[in-house]
Design a protein around this ligand. Structure first.
Ligand code: RB5
Length: 146
């Protein structure tokens, strides 16, 4: 499994904690930045991470900003992306099971590193339920992109 990760200046510390965690759980990643605390536009990082997911270079994306909201709004504008904004473990698990989400977004100003790790594990290690009703609903999400 390979994960594309990205943040703005509001998410840089939690991205460092995420990188440590991905190392511990042996998950490969590509870090699209940002790499300094200079103010940047979250949209640009969402675009790079989502592009890697849509092209199949990475299986999942993880986006961090101050709240996770800007990142998730921007990511969900990209065709092929289903980004879930999650600050609890239950939602992270359910969005994989029911929505086949391929990008996760959260906010450094909202959650700490401990909860972030549990959310990331739930997201990365839960498979999409292939039950017909969930497949049908995800297909209807895809139809909205046309
Ligand atoms: C940056 O100050 C902040 O607006 C950004 O990190 C994010 O929270 C936007 O949704």
């Amino acid at each position: 499994m390979k994960v594309a990760i990205g943040c703005d200046h509001g998410g840089i510390n939690l991205k460092s904690a995420l990188i440590k965690h991905l190392g511990k759980i042996n998950v490969e990643y590509t870090d699209f930045g940002t790499f300094t605390s200079d103010s940047v536009d979250y949209n640009d990082y969402a675009a790079m991470v989502c592009d890697a997911v849509v092209k199949g270079e990475c299986d999942f994306g993880i986006l961090i900003c101050g709240t996770g909201i800007g990142m998730s709004i921007a990511a969900n504008k990209v065709k092929g992306i289903r980004c879930a904004h999650c600050h609890d473990v239950y939602s992270a698990k359910m969005t994989r099971l029911h929505n086949d989400a391929n990008v996760l977004a959260f906010g450094e100003r909202v959650i700490g590193a401990g909860l972030m790790q549990e959310i990331v594990d739930a997201f990365l290690f839960t498979e999409f339920s292939n039950e017909e009703r969930h497949v049908r609903r995800v297909e209807k999400i895809k139809a909205l992109e046309k």
